[in-house]
Design a binder for this molecule. Structure first.
Ligand code: MLT
Length: 404
């Protein structure tokens, strides 16, 4: 008789954004015709840019001719894309990363969920609180956590690093020593960035304690301030202790197209075992590569026209971020994020809990956001709005919130 992976049974409820989608669907069904503005999940709304569309069309045409047709992609990604990534995302910023350290995939979410496979089942993970739920849930599924305490919202055997107003939403080094440290900067959900000095503290700590940093830089394109590192590899020593995960979703709008990559430097070794070789083995066995046409679209993001078009998308969303942030502040809300990030992190008004505010906003303003408590206990009393809506919807949402 077969048995299931019991770890799945430990997971409470459904995935955060599925829960929200279900709640909104139920509300819409009960209130047909009510206009809803969705500023919940961080999904983009602007169409793919001209250079990306051109690249897609031409790659589709290539696939239709015998002489240019492509079958399976190389499992680590096409060289044309890995070279463009290494050159533009790393070497141009002084980071020593080569194409053979880049693994192209169908997105950062999958990579951030799968990367834990490289580590021992009894590895201790450290996560920020609040945190992007994928890091914790994927470790729960792998049996790397204890049990969930519904009273506290914490898992046993996980090191939580509180991110609060008091520490500017940047975690302090933990007292207990972890094996794996998940960091996301610019941060989802709080919208906070980290300075080079603070990130250097983490790299030093990881090296001193024999830990690996899994650095999620999916929102890197939104960095606008000096002294905010775009990559963990801007920090000396990071090649020996950090894996970085990147996405084409948030910068180039590929949420529906799917493309991302993970950097596993050759210097990241556990004894004489190369994690780069392990991840290559994993890709070879479990993955057949992102589609050629999508990788061509990804490469188009690194041409001069492609880069300019992405700057345009980011500027559009950052205008929304500024508008939402300044608007909320003028209505008396306490607001964070929105400077190096498309996420606005606000304190719920009148002592409402995060989920109470979610319901209140949906029912009274028809605006959907994400309850901070959904990201962890220290998110309680906070609420996340995304700047990924249209400008018109961002303004309309503000008007509705003002009228509450
Ligand atoms: C979010 O809303 O936090 C993101 O859309 C999640 C994701 O990119 O998977």
């Amino acid at each position: 008789m077969y048995r299931i992976n019991e770890n799945y049974q430990k997971l409470p409820g459904s995935y955060l954004f599925s829960t929200i989608a279900k709640k909104v669907a139920a509300y819409t069904e009960a209130n047909p015709g009510r206009s809803i503005i969705r500023l919940g999940i961080g999904d983009v709304t602007q169409p793919l840019t001209g250079p990306v569309i051109e690249a897609l069309h031409s790659a589709v045409d290539e696939m239709g001719k015998a002489e240019t047709f492509r079958g399976y992609a190389p499992d680590l990604g096409y060289a044309f894309l890995r070279e463009a990534i290494a050159e533009n995302d790393f070497r141009a910023r002084g980071c020593d990363i080569s194409p053979d350290e880049i693994f192209v995939s169908d997105g950062a979410k999958c990579d951030s969920g799968n990367i834990q496979e490289l580590f021992a089942a009894d590895s201790k993970i450290a996560v920020c609180d609040p945190v992007y739920p994928v890091y914790v849930d994927s470790n729960v599924m792998a049996g790397r956590t204890g049990t969930y305490d519904p009273a506290t919202g914490y898992w046993s055997d996980v090191i939580y690093m509180p991110c609060t107003e008091a520490n500017g939403f940047v975690a302090d080094l933990p007292d207990e020593t972890p094996d794996l440290i998940y960091l996301c900067f610019p941060n989802n959900p709080t919208g906070t960035a980290i300075t080079k000095d603070r990130l250097a503290d983490w790299v030093r700590y990881a090296r001193e304690n024999g830990a690996v940093i899994i650095y999620d830089a999916a929102y890197e394109a939104y960095i606008s301030e000096e002294n905010v590192p775009h990559s963990v590899y801007e920090i000396e020593g990071a090649r020996e202790c950090a894996i970085e995960i990147r996405s084409f979703s948030k910068n180039a709008g590929f949420t529906g197209l799917r493309l991302g990559y993970t950097v596993v430097p050759r210097d990241l070794r556990c004894g004489d075992v190369s994690l780069n070789a392990m991840w290559a083995r994993r890709h070879g066995t479990k993955y057949n590569g992102a589609p050629y046409i999508v990788q061509k679209a990804g490469a188009a993001c690194y041409t001069d026209e492609g880069k300019a078009s992405i700057r345009g998308l980011v500027a559009h969303y950052m205008k929304n971020a500024r508008t939402i942030k300044e608007g909320l502040k003028s209505f008396g809300y306490t607001v964070y994020g929105g400077v190096n990030s498309p996420y606005i992190w606000l304190k719920t008004p009148d002592g409402m809990s995060s989920w109470e505010f979610f319901d209140f906003l949906l029912e009274n303003a028809g605006v959907v956001g994400t309850p901070g408590a959904g990201f962890g206990p220290n998110g309680e009393g906070f609420f996340r709005l995304t700047a990924f809506g249209t400008y018109e919807n961002s303004l309309a949402a503000l008007e509705r919130i003002k009228a509450l």
